[in-house]
Design a protein around this ligand. Structure first.
Ligand code: UGA
Length: 434
């Protein structure tokens, strides 16, 4: 039975796992090489904005179940190690495994015989099989246990998972059971598989979500052309249990730190395996096209023509994060769209409730403000790019007075057209001809 475990990496996956496992009763030592981060965590300060996470960290520290350290040798006596290291996508679309590999090389010299190695970070297919060589020893059981945590819901997803997938070779069945025991309290279904199946499941799930979202975005285009309403179509589709209502919302495209990286990694793996996964490729292409569609819609709204010039046009942007509930700008479609509009000569002012005005986007012609009403000043159009619910309750009458042209391009379909009309705004939506 595992009583003391190590978590390597105190990022969003590692810190959530460490704090939740301490909450579930395990003693956890979490290692990160960022001295300032470890100091803050030791003081109970959490800078990752995940609902419930800070409370769990403080509770874990109070109960002496959760330690943070930069010293990886403190893991010498642990029963199990969760690897929660960054595996970012390099410029060529491949996963960069430098940190993962160098950390395993160090762990190989530290861990006690029999310690279970668990890969939690998303890794290229086949990585589990390479772990013994990277550790420099073959006596440690290796288990693949991919995470399925959504940003903004990470604690909830860890403590109430839809499923737990545990991939291990038959020889490591006992180790797989020890990993399963970590989740016993959650009551989630546990699926025991081989390592390759576990690794594929992670990529397959994220790529399927990407396909679903791209499907809806292309459907939105069709709806606009034939006079249908995509929101009503997807509502009706989602009532079919086989389809389910989630991930059926049209938007400016999917982004974040996972879906773009994982679709790219799956495509690479498929190509290497000689499998033509055109569906995933098309979903990625449709995603890039969606950003161009949004830019075209903004151009139409501002100039009255798809080829009009945006040079000198003032545009107000509402929302920069890749989704509501986070300030994360990584691979945000909003950033790509803002960049494209700026390249075409527009002057942009942006507001996002989770992104401070001090954050310089480093894009020429784009300013970030901390007051949503400032984006409206003299604007030729307002553009909604993230689905923050609070955008609905802005004083749209005041905004109408501030803008030069009262038109709002609502690319998340979050605003109420009738209310906007009362305030004097014309609303351009997504996936509807109205
Ligand atoms: C995603 C998965 O949902 C998690 O299950 C997974 O564990 C995680 O990646 C990961 O691999 O770590 P996350 O990146 O936090 O989670 O974000 P999602 O909530 O999946 O949203 C991804 C993107 O899809 C966002 O840009 C969102 O706006 C977009 N989206 C989502 C749509 O465009 N339409 C929808 O209907 C739903």
């Amino acid at each position: 039975m595992v009583s003391h475990l190590g978590v390597v990496g105190a990022g969003y996956v590692g810190l959530t796992s460490a704090a939740c496992l301490a909450h579930l009763g395990f003693r956890v030592t979490c290692v990160d090489n960022d001295v300032a981060k470890v100091d803050r965590l030791c003081a109970g300060e959490v800078t990752i904005a995940e609902p419930g996470l800070a409370d769990l960290v403080v509770a874990g520290r109070t109960r002496s179940r959760l330690d943070f350290t930069t010293d990886i040798t403190t893991l010498a006596g642990v029963d199990l190690v969760l690897l929660c290291l960054p595996t970012p996508m390099g410029p060529d679309g491949a996963c960069n495994l430098d940190v993962f590999e160098s950390t395993l090389a160090i762990l190989g010299g530290v861990l006690r015989p029999g310690c279970v190695i668990v890969t939690k970070s998303t890794v290229p297919l086949g990585t589990a099989g390479r772990v013994p060589r990277l550790l420099g020893r073959a006596d440690l059981p290796v288990v693949s246990n991919p995470e399925f945590l959504r940003e903004g819901h990470a604690v909830e997803d860890f403590l109430h998972p839809d499923r737990v997938v545990i991939g291990a070779d038959a020889a490591y069945r006992d180790a797989a059971e020890e990993v399963a025991a970590l989740y016993a309290e959650t009551g989630a279904p546990v699926l025991h598989t081989d390592p390759a199946t576990a690794e594929v499941t992670k990529y397959a799930s994220n790529a399927f979500l990407a396909i679903k979202a791209s499907y809806v975005n292309v459907l939105a285009e069709l709806c606009e052309r034939v006079g249908a309403d995509v929101t009503e179509v997807t509502h009706a589709m989602g009532l079919d249990d086989r389809i389910a209502p989630d991930f059926l919302t049209a938007g400016p495209g999917w982004g974040g730190s996972c879906l773009p990286k994982d679709t790219s990694a799956l495509l690479r793996a498929a190509e290497e395996a000689g499998v033509d996964f055109a569906l995933v490729r098309d979903a990625v292409k449709a995603n890039a096209r969606q950003q161009a569609t949004v830019v075209r819609k903004v151009r139409c709204a501002v100039t009255g023509s798809a080829d009009g010039s945006l040079v000198g046009a003032r545009i107000g942007i509402l929302g920069l994060a890749f989704k509501a509930g986070t300030g994360d700008l990584r691979d945000s479609p909003a950033i790509a769209i803002v960049e494209a509009l700026a390249r075409q000569g527009a002057i942009l002012t942006a507001y996002d409730p989770a992104v401070g005005a001090a954050v310089g986007l480093g894009i020429h012609g784009v300013g970030v403000v901390s007051d949503p009403y400032l984006v409206a000043e003299d604007a030729a159009a307002l553009v909604v790019l993230t689905e923050w619910p609070e955008f609905r309750t802005l004083d749209w009458t005041a905004l109408a007075r501030a803008v030069r042209h009262p038109v709002v391009v609502d690319m998340r379909n979050v605003l109420d057209a009738a209310e906007l009309a009362t305030a004097g705004f014309r609303r351009v939506g997504l996936g509807t001809s109205a």
